[in-house]
Design a protein around this ligand. Structure first.
Ligand code: PEP
Ligand code: MN
Length: 338
């Protein structure tokens, strides 16, 4: 249920409605639009049948939200969500935010070299996993807290915000201490306890689409985070499982306009995990930008053959730099910036 307020609704009227909703045991979530305020009502809506909210001063309309996700729905928020990552990094605005770096943080010097290179090429966020979700328990699992320290230090040294994955509810506080964006990996998209936990934090969340999940599933997972009180959620298309086996996953480019239609959340494209091969990363990144994404997350490594994970899909820094030049032209033609 959403309560659409009149354009001239006063703060006192809003406060009164919020108080009444809370009293009924429901949770009000406020969305402040440029023209009017909308209050999302979360909880068992049956109560509202006996307590009509239309009667409160300041209310224009009370509408049911027909989708199972409420706060993630476009109906709840007409304007696209804009997320402030740091003073000069904003996701969901005209500028497309590029996040780049190695799959995993491997050591300080290597990360510093990559950080310098991607910053120079125009990236705004440094990526790098410290907790790695590997298919095999014998593969490199990440450096843990040591990796988080390197990521945070390199980010500060070179002037980049940071994004890294959190895999476990027990690590949320730790990762939150070091990173600017918490990434929920594709494999954990439906780890509901983890979603609830990051919903309680204030940090922006990069929620990746599970390889076998529908867009509706993805938005339902986003809803878990939003309903916990964290409204800074961006969703990421990183390729899904199909019968096609010439790529690691199939990049669902249509997810960008579909999510933009259904939801107000910013959409990020990960061409690296979709492609699985470095030579396909550039065309898929361009496809994402052409489809209207708000950001890209791209794996870069100066020695892909020595990378401890995902070397095959990592771009050399010079290839990344070339891609950024090409994306600048494309973004400009589309009325965006990069
Ligand atoms: C990653 O970003 O390195 C990663 C493991 O991504 P995904 O969860 O999309 O597989
Ligand atoms: Mn990876």
């Amino acid at each position: 249920m959403i309560i659409v307020l009149k354009p001239d609704a006063t703060q006192a009227q809003i406060d009164h409605i919020v108080k009444q909703i809370t009293k009924l045991g429901l949770k009000p979530m406020i969305s402040q639009g440029t023209e009017r305020t909308i209050i999302g009502v979360i909880g068992p809506e049956d109560i509202l049948r006996v307590t009509p909210l239309e009667v409160y001063p300041g209310v224009e309309n009370v509408l049911p939200v027909l989708t199972p996700y409420k706060l993630a729905a476009r109906e709840f928020k007409k304007e696209g969500t804009v997320i402030k990552i740091s003073d000069n990094v904003i996701v969901g605005a005209k500028k497309i935010v590029v996040m780049a770096g190695p799959c995993a943080v491997e050591n300080f010097d290597g990360l510093y070299e990559i950080g310098k290179a991607v910053k120079k090429a125009g990236a705004q966020v440094l990526r790098g996993g410290a907790f790695k979700p590997r298919t095999s328990p014998y593969s490199f699992q990440g450096l843990g807290e040591e990796g988080l320290k390197y990521l945070s230090q390199v980010g500060k040294d070179v002037g980049l915000a940071t994004v890294t994955e959190v895999m476990d509810t027990r690590d949320v506080a730790l990762v939150e201490k070091y990173a600017d964006i918490l990434q929920i990996g594709a494999r954990n998209m439906q780890n509901f306890n983890l979603l609830k936990e990051v919903g309680l934090t204030k940090k922006p969340i990069l929620l990746k689409r599970g390889p076998s999940s529908t867009i509706k599933d993805l938005l339902m997972s986003a809803e878990y985070i939003l309903s916990g009180g964290n409204l800074n959620v961006m969703v990421c298309e990183r390729g899904i499982r199909t019968f096609e086996d010439s790529t690691r996953n199939t990049l669902d480019v249509s997810a960008v306009p579909v999510i933009k239609y259904l939801s107000h959340l910013p959409v990020i494209i990960d061409p690296s995990h979709a492609a699985g091969k470095w030579n396909l990363v550039s065309p898929l990144a361009k496809a994402g930008v052409a489809a209207g994404c708000d950001g890209l997350i791209i794996e870069v490594h100066p020695h892909p053959e020595e990378a401890l994970s995902d070397g095959a899909q990592s771009l050399l820094p010079e290839k990344f730099s070339q891609l950024m030049q090409e994306l600048k032209v494309l973004a400009k033609a589309l009325g965006r910036e990069i």
